[in-house]
Each structure stands twice: as structure tokens, then as C-alpha cells.
Design a protein around this ligand. Structure first.
Ligand SMILES: *Cc1c(COP(=O)(O)O)cnc(C)c1O
Length: 372
């Protein structure tokens, strides 16, 4: 006898900044019986996951792996492996996740310099160039998809500038991988990380990471040990590389989930998936504007995977979100930082990005805001 009932949470329509809804095939894969993490069958699966991740990242980088942990573990791995105490790091801060990158880099002893833009805006390459002319940096980090604002940072051409100044470019692709055009090799990005629970639509728990040759060189030439044991790529790469040496136990079921989620990406086709995200986002934007709502980010830099919309004057934004959840089973999020209390954040990521979900949300908002 137990005092605790069976799990009975309501099935939600997840339209927040993550997690997104998980495809039934991914849930089924997670229920698959475990194998050991050094079982030859699991080793085959690791190779498949790596191949599929290369497909999704559009890269040939051999060091392309799912880091154990959520997107933030990918973020920390991207920083701690390439930064040593006293290194100069330049970070673009135009939202919450740029701030987090500064916090992480500072904790590893970096001298952090910031280029800043108001929340919702993006950087142009000339600003990065000017900042690097003033102070060269070993590492530059930018957020491709700022989930706190809904802005898409153009990355094309930026790596060339960073390389000309002798640095490495890190891109936070947590809310872009699998939903927004991203070209690791064509754009020459040195290090990129993501998370499983956004546009890939698996549960939170793994952080896809890809590291190019230039960055691996920097890793090999470190003078100090990586300050984080768990995320030390010099050890992790021997497990995901040809040696398969034990470092920590890979989260088996999460790798089952990620493999299935990536198989779904490949079946749909990466470009078709980008196009679906773009098409559905336009439908959402039209629907919100038809309700008289104002979108925060100008169309040119709007992310298809995350939309920020202003809360109309006099509306209690938290009360509306609560009613969406209680009466319609729909989750959206409030604003962070500069947008706290002022904006809603609506995610259309992966399996959540569908016309039927948009119709439910826009219809519900129409009623709750008294537009009908
Ligand atoms: C969600 C997110 C993260 C952090 O990922 P977690 O899975 O929450 O740890 C980092 N960067 C961006 C841009 C994100 O949207």
C-alpha cells in the first residue's frame, strides 16, 4: 500500500520556452529495456546518435556528442574546456542567456568583456569586429536563438571576424538546433551546443555539442586541467571516440530518446523541418496580430521557435497564463528580466509546432482577452 496515487498530471500542450512536447515514438523508445553503457549494441547506438547529430548540426566534426545534462551542461562544457584562468572572453549580451554565459565564464576565471544590446535586438558583425580590435579575445560567445527575447542572431560571417582576431566562436544553439537554419561547417562555428527539449522534442537530459578542429587544438594545448571533472572533454572524448573508455555512465534511456527524436528529424528532412517551423510561426504571428497584440521583435530577426508578444495594458499576464493552463491545458511563459510582467513567450518547437496547437492557443487567447 502506498499513500501516493499513480502519476496523473494532465496532458499539456507545451507552448513555452521548453520543454516542448515529446513525440509518442520518443516516449516509446525511452520505455525500451536497458542495455549496459559498454554493450556492443549501445556502442552501435552511440555511433548512430553521433551521425544523426552531425546531420542536424550540418557538420563533419568528429567530436559531436550528446553531453550528459540539460542545455546548461552543454553551455558549461562549451566554456570550461576552452577557457583557462586569465583568458579573455567576449560575450554578446542581449538577453538572459548571454548573462548566464558571462556568469559561467567568470566562474572559470575568465576576464569577461561584454558587448551589449537592448533585449530583443541583435548584434551586427561590425560591432564584434570593433570590440575585438579594442581587446582581442580567445573566445567569443553569442546566443543564436535568445529564448528570453525571441531574437535570432545572424551568425553568418561572424566566425571569420573572430578567427581573424585569433579567437574561437561559441554559439548557443539550444533553441535553434532542429528548428531554425543552422550551418556549423558553412558558417565555420568552432563550438556549438544545444538541448534535447527544445526543437528536437525529446525530454530534457542531454546537450548535443559539436567541436571543430580549431577548438580541439586549443583544448590539446591547455596549460591547466579542465576545471570541471564531469564535463572534461579530454576524458569524455575517449568514451565517445574509438576507445570507449568508461568516464561516467551514459544516460541510456535518454540516448534511446535522442536517437528516436533525431530519426524523426531525418525522416522529416532538416530543411522541411525548418520550413515547417517558419510556416507555423507566420501563422502564429498573424493570429496574434489579428487579436491586436504587438510582437516584440521586428520581423527580420524574429525566431520561428520562440515568439515574444507584449501583454496589453491593464491585463494581468500571470492570471491569463493560469487560465490557459487550467481551462485549456496550454502552457506558455511569462517574460524574463527586462520583459518580466510585460511580455509572454510562446514556443513553437519541434513536435509542438503544429497548426492545431496554434489554433487552440489563439482561440483561447481571443476568449480570455475578451476579443470575442
Ligand atoms: C533553455 C536554454 C538554455 C539552458 O538549457 P537547460 O536545458 O534549461 O539547461 C541555454 N540557452 C538557451 C538559449 C536556452 O533557451
Amino acid at each position: 500500500m502506498t499513500r501516493y496515487p499513480d502519476l496523473n498530471t494532465s496532458p499539456r500542450i507545451l507552448l513555452g520556452p521548453g520543454p516542448s512536447m515529446v513525440h509518442p515514438r520518443v516516449l516509446r523508445a525511452m520505455a525500451h529495456p536497458l542495455v549496459g553503457h559498454l554493450d556492443p549494441q549501445f556502442i552501435t547506438l552511440m555511433n548512430e546518435v553521433q551521425d544523426l547529430l552531425r546531420y542536424a548540426f550540418r557538420t563533419k566534426n568528429p567530436l559531436t556528442i550528446p553531453v550528459s545534462g540539460t542545455g546548461s551542461a552543454g553551455m558549461e562544457a562549451a566554456v570550461c574546456n576552452f577557457v583557462e584562468p586569465g583568458d579573455s572572453v567576449l560575450i554578446g549580451v542581449n538577453g538572459y542567456f548571454g548573462e548566464r554565459l558571462c556568469d559561467i565564464a567568470g566562474r572559470y576565471g575568465a576576464t569577461v568583456r561584454r558587448v551589449e544590446r537592448p533585449w530583443g535586438q541583435v548584434f551586427d558583425p561590425a560591432e564584434i569586429d570593433a570590440a575585438l580590435k579594442q581587446h582581442p579575445a580567445k573566445v567569443v560567445a553569442l546566443v543564436h536563438a535568445e529564448t528570453s527575447t525571441g531574437a535570432r542572431q545572424p551568425l553568418e560571417g561572424i566566425a571569420d571576424i573572430v578567427h581573424r582576431h585569433g579567437g574561437l566562436l561559441i554559439a548557443d544553439c539550444v533553441t535553434s538546433l532542429g528548428g531554425v537554419p543552422l550551418e556549423i561547417d558553412n558558417w565555420d562555428i568552432d563550438i556549438a551546443y544545444s538541448g534535447t527539449q527544445k526543437c528536437l522534442s525529446a525530454p530534457p537530459g542531454l546537450a548535443p555539442l559539436t567541436v571543430g578542429e580549431r577548438a580541439r587544438d586549443v583544448l590539446r594545448r591547455r596549460k591547466t586541467k579542465v576545471a570541471n571533472w564531469y564535463l572534461d572533454l579530454t576524458m569524455i572524448e575517449t568514451y565517445w571516440g574509438s576507445n570507449r573508455t568508461y568516464h561516467h555512465t551514459a544516460p541510456i534511456s535518454m540516448n534511446f530518446a535522442l536517437r528516436e527524436a533525431l530519426r524523426l528529424v531525418e525522416e522529416e528532412g532538416l530543411e522541411q523541418r525548418w520550413e515547417r517551423h517558419a510556416r507555423n510561426a507566420r501563422e502564429l504571428w498573424d493570429g496574434l496580430e489579428a487579436l491586436g497584440l504587438k510582437l516584440v521583435v521586428p520581423a527580420a530577426h524574429r525566431l520561428p521557435s520562440l515568439t515574444t508578444v507584449m501583454v496589453p495594458d491593464g491585463v494581468d499576464e500571470a492570471a491569463i497564463r493560469r487560465r490557459l493552463l487550467d481551462d485549456y491545458n496550454v502552457e506558455i511563459a511569462g517574460g524574463l528580466g527586462a520583459f518580466k510582467g510585460k511580455a509572454w513567450r510562446i514556443g513553437l518547437m519541434g513536435y509542438s509546432s503544429s497548426r492545431e496547437n496554434i489554433l487552440v492557443l489563439v482561440g483561447a487567447l481571443e476568449r480570455l482577452l475578451g476579443r470575442r
